[in-house]
Design a protein around this ligand. Structure first.
Ligand code: COA
Length: 259
């Protein structure tokens, strides 16, 4: 475990990653990125963990973007190489278990892009969310021009990226950038309830759901439907499917084991 990233295993098959640089509003530097990669690798292989929550330390910020101090002397070739060598955002997106962003404050630039790489987002109403790279003479570089329009449509993506405007949690909920915005004191409880609900499901069905939904981005409808049908049929071979169907017919709660 690294001190810039706290990794906790909570009850009920849930792990929580907390970016821990509150004095820098949890800006993402190389050390944080490296720690997130390492943690994801370990959590992917840990059968006790079924759902991951990502959040920021303190009560002011989720993640205030990439660490701007690292931009000062960066050169194009090195910048491009480092971003393609280790794409943390795609690693989160392709992580084989559900990932929930718990947005507890500033969620800016790379922080917003990280949240969009997660499978679900819950924000505090006091959060401020946006892509302010335009203030630096930049554009988003980690999916802000790609994942954002897929979530909120082209118009809102253009507005957020071109104006650098920060929007509150409720507005983000209205435009579909987060699925829920709740009062700050309810954020942790809301996310834990959602995570516990999901963690009680079959891990193999969760992975199938995630892969199938993400496949819709890159496949035409007929290919996507075939992909979904293949996963659906494959799940008939799992103990979890037998358990789920058996539990329904016997009117009891299923106990899924992930096999
Ligand atoms: N990179 C590096 N450091 C950052 C940072 C970032 N993205 N965001 C905040 N910080 C640091 C500040 O430099 C400051 O450090 P210091 O105390 O050593 O000077 C500390 O975090 C607190 O931030 P501060 O600006 O003093 O807080 P504020 O409440 O006045 O403003 C923000 C908060 C989020 C509006 C402001 O920090 C900001 O605009 N940050 C940059 C956001 C951004 O452009 N992100 C996209 C980057 S591509």
């Amino acid at each position: 475990m690294s001190d810039v990233l706290l990794v906790e295993k909570l009850d009920g098959h849930i792990a929580k990653l907390t970016v821990n640089r509150p004095e820098k509003l949890n800006a993402l530097n190389g050390a944080v990125r490296c720690a997130i990669f390492g943690a994801l690798d370990r959590l992917a292989a840990d059968d006790e963990v079924r759902v991951v929550i990502i959040t920021g330390a303190g009560d002011r910020s989720f993640i205030a973007g990439a660490d701007i101090s690292e931009f000062k002397d960066a050169r194009p070739v090195e910048q491009y190489r480092s971003m393609t060598r280790g794409d943390m955002y795609s690693a989160i997106e392709s992580f084989p278990k559900p990932v929930i962003a718990m947005i507890n404050g500033f969620c800016l630039g790379g922080g917003c892009e990280l949240a969009m790489s997660c499978d679900m987002r819950v924000a505090s109403t006091s959060a401020r969310i946006g892509q302010p790279e335009i203030n630096l003479g930049l554009i988003p570089g980690a999916g802000g021009t790609q994942r954002l329009p897929r979530l909120v449509g082209e118009g809102w993506a253009m507005r957020l990226v071109m104006s650098g405007e920060l929007i509150p949690g409720e507005k983000a909920e209205q435009i579909g950038l987060v699925e829920a915005a709740v009062a700050p004191e309810e954020l942790e409880g809301h996310v834990m309830e959602l995570a516990s609900n999901i963690a009680s499901r079959s891990p193999v069905a969760l992975q199938a759901a995630k892969e199938s939904i993400l496949a819709a981005r890159r496949m035409p409808l007929d290919e996507g439907l075939k992909f979904e049908r293949s996963w659906f049929s494959l799940l008939f071979s799992t103990d979890d499917m037998a358990e789920g169907v058996g539990a329904f017919l016997e009117k009891r709660k299923p106990e899924f084991r992930g096999s």
